[in-house]
Design a protein around this ligand. Structure first.
Ligand code: ADP
Length: 484
C-alpha cells in the first residue's frame, strides 16, 4: 500500500533530532496489522539520543519563545496546510500501519490537522491580565509564559491526532517538544514531522524519538528524570500513566494525562431508539472499538431493552470487516494479537456467565474479530469492569434512572459517557450526576478540536483541545510593580 504514495518522500524511517534525521544503531520493524506484511524498519533510539534531543530542544527554546505569537501562528498554519494537502498520503500510511479503514484514516488526518489550525489561532490569544491594585503605589499584572521543554508520549490508536493535540498547543505557547510516538505506528508520526520541517518549524523545536517497546520504557525514564523537561503529556493506558506520574515526582513535572476509559452508553425508555442505535454503532465500532471514548458498557431500560438489542444487533450485522484499504469496510483489524486475545477473553467470559450472543462472538482469520453484541450482560462479567478496547458490545438491563447512574459511575474511570433521552429534566439530572469529563447526550461521537477533551478520576489530568488545551503549556507569572 505504501508504494502508491503521491509523495514517497513522506515515508521517513529515521528519527528527528535537532533538525537532522538520525538512523540510530538499531532498527525495529513496523507491520501492517491487516496482512502482517512488513512495512518498514524504523530507527530504534535509546537514552543517549533522548538526552541529545532534550539538549537540542532546550537550546532551541530561547529563539522559539522570542518569536512573536503571530510568527509562530503563521508557521503552525503552514503545517496545517501541509497536513491537509497530504491528507491522502497520510491516510494511506495510517491505514497501512494502524489498520483503520481508509476513509476513517483520512478523517483522522483532518481531525489531527484541526488541532494545528486551532492552536495556530489560539497562539495569538494567550492573554495576560491586569488586576486592581491593593495600594495605589503599585500595579499588578499576570503574564503567561511558555513552560519550557515538553515531552509527548502517544499511543497507536490515533497515530496523528494524539500528537497534534499535544504538540500544537506546546508550539503555539512557545515551547519546544520531544515526541515519542507509539512503536506500532511511527510512520504517520514521522511523516507529520517531515511536514513540520517543511512548514518551517526550526531545528530542535520539534524532535521525534522513535523506539521499540523496550526502548520506549528507557526513553520514558530519561524524559521523566530530566530537570529540563518541564511537562509530560501522555495518552495511553492508566497503568503506564501511573508509572510516568511516579517517575516524574522527583522533578515535580506538570502532567497532562489522557488515560483509560470505561464508557457507559445508557438508553432510557423515552429515547429515540433508532437514533440510539445509530449512536451506539458509531460510538462502539469506530476504529474497531479501539478508542478510549468508545462505549464499553450498554445500559438499556427494561421496557425498550429487547427493541434496542434487536435493532442494534441488526445494525451491527451490516458491518463489513476487512482490510482498511478495501471499499466499504467499516471495521479493520485489531492492532496486535494481544488485543485480539483480550476481546476473546471478555467475550468468552460473558458467554460463560450467561450472556446471549445476538451477533458475532468469534475470532476471524488473521487479526480480525467479529463485531459482537451480547445481551443479558451482568455485573459479574469482566466487561462490566474492564475496558475491552475492541468490537464487543455487552448490553445490561436496568429498571430505574438511579440504577443506571450508579452502574455507570461504578468504575475508577471517568472519561466519556453517553446517554439517550428526550426528557429535558432527565437530560440535566443525568448529565450532572455522571462522574465523567465528557457526556454525549443523544450523540455517539463528541470530539472536535474546540472542545475540552479529558477525564476525571483515574482517566487523567488536564484537558486537550479548546482554549483550555493551552493551559498546561503556560506558566502564570504574577508581577507586582511598586514605587509608581
Ligand atoms: P496502549 O494501551 O495504547 O497500548 P500504552 O500505554 O501501552 O498504550 O502505550 C502508549 C505509549 O506509551 C506508547 O508510545 C508506548 O511506547 C509508551 N509506553 C509504554 N510503556 C511506557 C513506559 N513505561 N514509559 C514510557 N512510555 C511507555
Amino acid at each position: 500500500p505504501l508504494a502508491q504514495l503521491n509523495d514517497p518522500t513522506l515515508l521517513k524511517t529515521d528519527a528527528l533530532i535537532n533538525g537532522q534525521w538520525v538512523a540510530g544503531s538499531s532498527r525495529f520493524a513496523v507491520h501492517d496489522p491487516a496482512t502482517g506484511a512488513h512495512l518498514a524498519d524504523v530507527a530504534n533510539l535509546g537514552p543517549a539520543e533522548t538526552e541529545a534531543a532534550i539538549a537540542a530542544a532546550n537550546a532551541a527554546w530561547p529563539a522559539w519563545k522570542a518569536k512573536t505569537a503571530k510568527e509562530r501562528s503563521i508557521i503552525l498554519r503552514k503545517w496545517y496546510d501541509l497536513l491537509m494537502a497530504n491528507q491522502d498520503d497520510l491516510g494511506r500510511i495510517m491505514t497501512a500501519e494502524q489498520g483503520k479503514p481508509l476513509p476513517e484514516a483520512k478523517g483522522e488526518v483532518a481531525y489531527g490537522a484541526s488541532f494545528v489550525e486551532w492552536f495556530a489561532e489560539e497562539a495569538k490569544r494567550i492573554n495576560g491580565e491586569t488586576l486592581p491594585q491593593f495600594d495605589n503605589n503599585r500595579r499588578l499584572m499576570v503574564l503567561k509564559q511558555p513552560i519550557g521543554v515538553c515531552a509527548a508520549i502517544t499511543p497507536w490508536n490515533f497515530p496523528l491526532a494524539m500528537i497534534t493535540r499535544k504538540v500544537a498547543p506546546a508550539l503555539a505557547a512557545g515551547c519546544p517538544v520531544i515526541i515519542k510516538p507509539a512503536e506500532l505506528t511511527p510512520l504517520t508520526a514521522l511523516a507529520a514531522a517531515e511536514l513540520a520541517i517543511r512548514a518551517g518549524i526550526p531545528a530542535g523545536v520539534l524532535n521525534m524519538i522513535t523506539a521499540d517497546s523496550d526502548n520506549s520504557i528507557a526513553v520514558g525514564k530519561v524524559l521523566c528524570a530530566s530537570d529540563v523537561v518541564r511537562h509530560i503529556s501522555f495518552t495511553g493506558s492508566t497503568e503506564v500513566g501511573r508509572i510516568l506520574m511516579a517517575q516524574s515526582a522527583p522533578t515535580v513535572k506538570k502532567m497532562s494525562l489522557e488515560l483509560g476509559g470505561n464508557a457507559p452508553f445508557i438508553v432510557f425508555e423515552d429515547a429515540d431508539i433508532d437514533s440510539a442505535v445509530e449512536g451506539a454503532f458509531a460510538s462502539k465500532y469506530r476504529n474497531a472499538g479501539q478508542t478510549c471514548v468508545c462505549s464499553n458498557r450498554f445500559y438499556v431500560q427494561e421496557s425498550v431493552y429487547e427493541e434496542f438489542a434487536a435493532k442494534f444487533a441488526a445494525k451491527v450485522k451490516t458491518a463489513k470487516v476487512g482490510n482498511g484499504f478495501e471499499d466499504g469496510v467499516n471495521q479493520g483489524p485489531l492492532i496486535e494479537p494481544a488485543a485480539l486475545d483480550k476481546v476473546e477473553r471478555h467475550v468468552k467470559d460473558a458467554i460463560a456467565k450467561g450472556g446471549r450472543v445476538l451477533t458475532g462472538g468469534k475470532r476471524l482469520d488473521g487479526q480480525f474479530f467479529e463485531p459482537t453484541v451480547i445481551a443479558d450482560a451482568n455485573a459479574d462479567m469482566v466487561c462490566a469492569k474492564e475496558e475491552t478496547f475492541g468490537p464487543f458490545a455487552p448490553i445490561f438491563k436496568f429498571k430505574t434512572e438511579q440504577e443506571a447512574i450508579d452502574a455507570a459511575n461504578n468504575t475508577e474511570f471517568g472519561l466519556a459517557s453517553y446517554f439517550y433521552s428526550r426528557d429535558v429534566g432527565r437530560i440535566f439530572r443525568v448529565s450532572e450526576a455522571l462522574e465523567y469529563g465528557m457526556v454525549g447526550i443523544n450523540v455517539g461521537i463528541l470530539a472536535t478540536e474546540h472542545v475540552p477533551f479529558g477525564g476525571v478520576k483515574q482517566s487523567g489530568l488536564g484537558r486537550e483541545g479548546s482554549h483550555h488545551g493551552m493551559d498546561d503549556y503556560v506558566e502564570i507569572k504574577y508581577l507586582c510593580v511598586g514605587d509608581i
